[in-house]
Design a protein around this ligand. Structure first.
Ligand SMILES: Cc1cc2nc3c(=O)[nH]c(=O)nc-3n(C[C@H](O)[C@H](O)[C@H](O)COP(=O)(O)OP(=O)(O)OC[C@H]3O[C@@H](n4cnc5c(N)ncnc54)[C@H](O)[C@@H]3O)c2cc1C
Ligand code: SF4
Length: 558
């Protein structure tokens, strides 16, 4: 019986990083079991809303009161068009010790179906910051260690973007960029003329501006979160999982909640995992030579904390006591928007699935005495107000008709995506006396932004407003929504990489210091957060770790 459940490798979680782990391991010849707690979602056939029109939804894009009651967190992110790709908070609750918006997609593909597809490389400004500032611990890698892996990933997923030759935001292997519209070009010109160290560039996104590896191109529909029948954006479902399947080495098992890692005291290795079938509630054991954990930061942490043994009484691989700590999420609450009176004779066609980026311009060399360390990039978009913006107006007759069929002014909205420092006390833990419907301890999240992040938010408001003023915008409004942690959906840091096993969980190859055949390559491995959207880095680290793991396996070291 045991042989039936034995594989060369097990990958836990089929989202952005797990899809990559499965593909790389399968391509290297390993018989790989991909365990996913959610249901299966097949590319194209399981995108039920992909081609629906706005009027096909009974309530338009509004959620019901029941949605808000059942899913107080997820309903802030979903609409009836993509609700089926989010979990239900009522069905799968968690505990917020402080407010934390934890947005989750439990299905084959995870949140790769839902992500905003922004792809940015970290640089040595990010990898060296902890060491230079004496914050937390040093990253065990530098940009040179990961640069070729970024290229490897970009060349597979397809990232559109423009080369800018910036040290703080390295260029990549880009497809042609999406075009800026006239108001964005105007703002870009103004920034070049009036600001030092700043420029505006088209967002770098995993949306295909040309056909790529049997996918795409993107049709500019901006309906990505429903799943894309053209494969116009990167998801596990459209890319990595089919490629893994094509090798003949992949076994995909949906409805499989991994609840425990099994430790072999004698061999001092992980020998397998314990799984609860979420439909039948049956318990299964699966065994493998190596295990990649890619359940996403918070579930990965919960799995480690839940896997206790006499060797690891505080959680699997937790000799350092760092598992669960140092939780980070970018903040993206602060920014500004404004109107412009020009360009009334210009418009655009289609719905581009991205906007623009103003790469980080604060604290680029040394600390600039701004009252905060690190920095932020600005993400935004320009658009022309349409008749819908006037739809609440009262009126009748030809004048009213003219008003609601004439496009309004051009506007630009932008906000800062800011770095969050790793604070030991921001953490994930398990609640001993509360369980979910499968009898598993509930996850508790205790997180808050602190002074450094708050000061950065003030600076974002100020600089965003200044850039709009200098470019001649009017009716400018600066904002800080003070959204709680989790809102940017970039959770990371709870099983960090480092050189010293006493202060970190993973080594420079994402391998557990204390259990050599276990690798973690989702966001929990991050030693600091940078301000760049992180999924590209998770993918690059995953490909790099798979390469290392298979070589070590072949050498007989695992
Ligand atoms: C609306 C939105 C916009 C975003 N925009 C961007 C963006 O522009 N750029 C960017 O870089 N990032 C973005 N993100 C974040 C991005 O989606 C995540 O960083 C990324 O998906 C993380 O990858 P992952 O593999 O760690 O986890 P996920 O993609 O979340 O996948 C984890 C998988 O593990 C499964 N799983 C969990 N627990 C278990 C278990 N115990 N057993 C088995 N399976 C388990 C889950 O069901 C899931 O399928 C966005 C996210 C959202 C929701
Ligand atoms: S915008 Fe592009 S990638 Fe997104 S759903 Fe449309 S065609 Fe697909």
């Amino acid at each position: 019986m045991k042989n039936l459940n034995f594989y060369d490798a097990i990958v836990i979680g089929s989202g952005i990083s797990g899809g990559w782990a499965a593909m790389e391991l399968c391509k290297k010849g390993l018989k790989t079991l991909l365990l996913e707690r959610g249901r299966d979602v097949k590319h194209i056939q399981d995108y039920p809303t992909a081609n629906l029109n706005p009027w096909d939804f009974e309530l338009g894009f509004n959620n019901t009161l029941k949605d808000q009651e059942n899913d107080p967190i997820q309903s802030m992110a979903y609409t009836p068009a993509d609700k089926h790709f989010y979990v239900s908070d009522k069905d799968q609750p968690y505990v917020q010790e402080k407010p934390f918006n934890w947005f989750r997609g439990y299905q084959v593909g995870g949140r790769s179906l839902l992500w905003g597809r922004q792809c940015y490389r970290l640089s040595d400004l990010d990898f060296e910051a902890n060491l230079k500032e004496g914050v937390a611990i040093d990253w065990p890698i530098r940009y040179k260690d990961i640069a070729s892996w970024y290229s490897y990933v970009e060349s597979f997923i397809g990232v559109s973007g423009k080369h800018e030759n910036l040290s703080q935001l390295p260029d990549g292997e880009f497809l042609p960029p999406f075009e800026l519209n006239c108001i964005e070009e105007h703002l870009a010109d103004s920034i070049l003329k009036t600001e030092e160290n700043r420029l505006l560039t088209p967002a770098r996104v995993a949306n295909l501006t040309k056909g790529w590896d049997n996918r795409g191109p993107c049709q500019n529909r901006n309906l990505c979160t429903r799943g894309c029948p053209f494969g116009g954006y990167f998801s596990s479902n459209s890319s990595t999982i089919p490629s893994a399947m094509a090798t003949g080495n992949l076994t995909l098992r949906p409805f499989s909640i991994v609840v425990e890692l099994i430790y072999d005291e004698q061999e001092q290795k992980a020998k397998g995992v314990k799984v609860i079938d979420s439909v039948s509630n049956e318990v299964h054991l699966f065994y493998a030579n190596i295990i990649f954990i890619n359940a996403s930061t918070i579930p990965t942490t919960a799995l480690l904390l839940n896997s206790v043994s006499s060797r690891f009484p505080n959680g699997f691989g937790n000799d350092s006591g760092q598992v669960g700590h140092n939780l980070m999420d970018h903040h993206s609450s602060a920014g500004a928007f404004g109107m412009h009176d020009s360009f009334k004779n210009q418009y655009y066609k289609g719905r581009r699935p991205c906007g623009f980026l103003i790469p980080r311009y604060r604290n680029l060399n040394n600390n600039e005495n701004l009252g905060f360390s690190r920095g932020y990039n600005i993400q935004g978009r320009g658009q022309r107000q349409e008749w819908v913006d006037l739809s609440s107006s009262n009126g009748y007759g030809s004048q009213f008709k003219k008003e609601i069929t004439t496009p309004g002014k051009w506007m630009v909205w932008m906000a800062g995506w800011g770095e969050c420092l790793p604070y030991f006390e921001n953490r994930v833990s398990l609640v001993p006396d509360k369980v979910d419907k499968w009898g598993q301890k509930l996850i508790a999240i205790d997180f808050e932004f602190k002074d450094n992040e708050r000061k950065m938010m003030d600076d974002i408001k100020d600089t965003a407003t200044e850039m709009l003023i200098k470019a001649g915008f009017n009716n400018i409004d600066s904002f800080n929504y003070n959204k709680p942690g989790g809102s940017t959906v970039h959770e990371m840091g709870t099983a960090r990489m480092g050189n010293d096993p006493k202060t970190s969980v993973l080594n420079r190859f994402n391998q557990m210091h204390s259990v050599k055949n276990v690798f973690i390559t989702d966001g929990s491995c991050m030693t600091s957060s940078g301000c760049q959207n992180p999924s590209l880095t998770y993918m690059a680290l995953t490909a790099r770790a798979c390469d290392y793991a298979v070589k070590q396996l072949k050498l007989g070291n695992l």
